[in-house]
Design a protein around this ligand. Structure first.
Ligand SMILES: NC(=O)c1ccc[n+]([C@@H]2O[C@H](COP(=O)([O-])OP(=O)(O)OC[C@H]3O[C@@H](n4cnc5c(N)ncnc54)[C@H](O)[C@@H]3O)[C@@H](O)[C@H]2O)c1
Ligand SMILES: [Zn+2]
Length: 373
């Protein structure tokens, strides 16, 4: 019997568990049973994930006598849209999903965000269960209740806070994840160590390579520790009035780079996060907040993992430093017109900083751009 952990997210009436382990999909029926008013669920997924994992999920449900119907959307970020939302909600209504029913979101962050938002607005809110299938979704997007879609104005601009009733993080699902997507998800894992747990970062320096090779106990621990950290932060600050902002370490840079590369596969979100974390440490060192050698240590680990680390790792053209700063200013994390960064006093000690000098920011970005081939 392999290990199964439950990380509780203590949010009063909206509290729930994140179950982490192997073979959870096969036990999905038993795990979901307590939440069902009747033995039937509607599963939202996408075709790539459906081809790999839907049958196992439905078998796990029917083993407990739970009937399920499923709808597979087109894979990819483009599905997190008004069209994808309409398709999802109309299908759920076709399936006669009722107020007390449960919607299951089986997929990566795209399906989790979209399915969660569809559940949030269907009949003014039905419960939903997340079955995250990507590393990014297991350690980040499935936990915390942020749901939503993109619009032509930008990413995640329309949505709702809607906490899931249960999250099943089955680490076996990650076996089929392409290496590049796995490493992108790892960008968010490193982020947790960098923002609040130096010991976890040290553990990753030692165990990261084994984890990437598929070591199950290392994967289990990394997912659990990441979820514990996110759960703790979300429990203390559910709607991002303060501490939850620390989860945006690396993200102000990331969002500008994603906008500059057109949100396509030139740069995956988690790759932008990794590069953004390295830049945040660079800015922190230049401001004298952390030791001068810390940014190199961060980069050394990312490089050892075979990850994108610098602007030089992004193929194709990038705008100049001033244009990148202008893109940052469009980010929704801007408050009262001031750029908000998450910086660090050391590895594991991030804080919110509203007064990064503009010229220092420009010179860090210009130098990073100049190092591109
Ligand atoms: N809600 C939040 O708090 C939060 C946090 C971070 C990111 N996000 C959102 O998450 C999204 C990114 O998530 P993602 O990286 O999981 O994207 P994704 O859902 O597009 O999945 C990435 C790729 O992996 C494939 N895939 C997923 N699981 C697989 C599996 N088990 N085997 C094989 N292939 C698999 C998908 O088909 C896709 O091609 C973005 O939209 C982002 O905004 C949300
Ligand atoms: Zn992120």
């Amino acid at each position: 019997m392999t290990q199964i952990d439950r990380v509780h997210v203590p949010l009063g009436a909206r509290a729930y568990d994140v179950v982490i382990g192997q073979g959870l999909v096969a036990q999905a029926g038993a795990l979901m049973q307590p939440f069902l008013a009747r033995p039937r669920v509607a599963v939202l997924t996408e075709s790539r994930v459906a081809g790999l994992h839907l049958e196992n999920l439905q078998a796990g449900l029917s083993a407990q006598g739970i009937a399920s119907s499923a709808h597979a959307l087109t894979p990819g970020e483009g599905t997190k849209s008004w069209d994808g939302l309409r398709e999802s909600v109309e299908w759920l209504l076709d399936e006669k999903v009722e107020r007390r029913d449960v919607v299951v979101a089986l997929g990566g962050g795209v399906i989790g965000d979209l399915g969660g938002f569809a559940a949030a607005i269907l009949r003014r809110g039905v419960r939903f269960v997340q079955v995250p299938t990507s590393l990014l979704a297991q350690v980040d997007s499935s936990v915390g209740g942020k749901t939503g879609i993109n619009t032509r104005h930008g990413k995640n601009l329309v949505g709702a806070f809607h906490q899931p009733s249960l999250v099943l993080a089955d680490i076996d699902l990650l076996d089929s994840l392409p290496k590049r997507d796995f490493l992108a998800g790892y960008g968010e894992v490193v982020k947790y160590g960098l923002l609040g747990d130096a010991a976890f970062f040290e553990w990753l320096e030692v165990n990261g390579p084994a984890l990437a090779r598929g070591d199950k106990s290392a994967r289990h621990y990394a997912v659990r520790r990441s979820v514990e950290m996110k759960a703790g932060i979300v429990a203390r600050d559910e709607t991002e009035q303060g501490e939850r902002a620390l989860l945006n370490l690396g993200h102000t840079f990331c969002h500008a780079l994603e906008a500059a590369t057109g949100y396509c596969d030139r740069l995956l979100h988690g790759e932008g996060v990794a590069i953004g974390c390295a830049l945040a440490f660079e800015v922190s060192a230049r401001m004298g907040l952390c030791a001068q050698e810390t940014p190199s240590r961060v980069r050394a680990h990312l490089r050892a993992m075979g990850m994108a680390t610098d602007l030089a790792d992004i193929a194709g053209d990038l705008p100049d430093a001033a244009a990148l700063v202008a893109l940052m200013a469009q980010d929704k994390k801007v408050q009262d017109g001031r750029l908000r960064f998450i910086l660090a006093r050391e590895i594991g000690q991030a804080f919110v900083c509203d007064d990064v000098p503009g010229d220092l920011l420009l010179s860090v970005l210009s130098e990073a751009l100049a190092a591109r081939p």
